[in-house]
Ligand binder design. Sequence first.
Ligand code: PDD
Length: 289
Amino acid sequence: MTIAYLNGDYLPLEQASISPMDRGFLFGDGIYEVIPSYGGRFVGFDRHFDRLTAGLSSISLKSPFSAVALKNLLEELINANATLDTSGGLGLYLQVTRGTSPKRNHQFPNSITPTVFAFTFDIPPPIAGNVDKAHTFSVVTGRDLRWQRCNIKSVSLLGNVLHMMEGVAEGAEEILLFNERDELTEASTSNVFIVRDGSIRTPNLDHQKLGGITRNMLVDMLRKHSTLSVIEGTVSRADVSSADEVWLTSSTKEISPVVQIDGELVGAGRPGPVWSEAQTLFDRYRFDY
Ligand code: PDD
């Protein structure tokens, strides 16, 4: 049984209920985070907290907790779910919406208490750069049709969901998205890296993509602990098509190799050596960033 957190209470997930007048339900008016943990230790907690705070501020929602209060809340939630099989890790889903209002008005209501909801879910164990254990992805490509503020981790994910379903309809597990200039933005639930001629590239951060915590940690780790070059800048469709390796990153998949794009193999169609080096590095330092 999964224990959830809702507005101060820890309770079985099935018993957690939220009013249909909650603005998260009516308008997608809220911010979320997905924070990975292994053996009770968070990965990138401070970075997740900072992104959450920035996201809440960007929609003029006052953060309902300090970093310490949020950490305590989530640690209690992990403990409450410790009886589950955690051979892998526990992902923490956290959502803060503007709250429930008696009327459906687009404008923000004056005084309203945010709704805070969290639950845990299993995530796979780390694989330490082992090529044979990697979860590899076949993906398709598509035009990024989402809104102009994808840097906000908003719960309004319909654009992402529809893009994911474009991929699923073609038998893929993810979709790489390109803007109208045919520049790579990100994927529907992940950031993207490519490796070409031994150098690693990832799109620079702007309003068209989420500043992924996994992405940012990986860039920092590579720069500090490896001799590999990492460039943040424009990645064109041609760069992706001619890449030796392509990776997806997110809190639930860490660094995952893409082996096929639109039916064409990426490199040799297997996780590449640079991926293995990067994932091994991530395994070593995931709790230090
Ligand atoms: N998604 N880009 C998008 C659109 C995402 O939804 C995510 C993560 C990322 C990677 O961000 P991070 O490394 O901080 O997880 C990039 C989460 C896991 C989700 O929605 O479930």
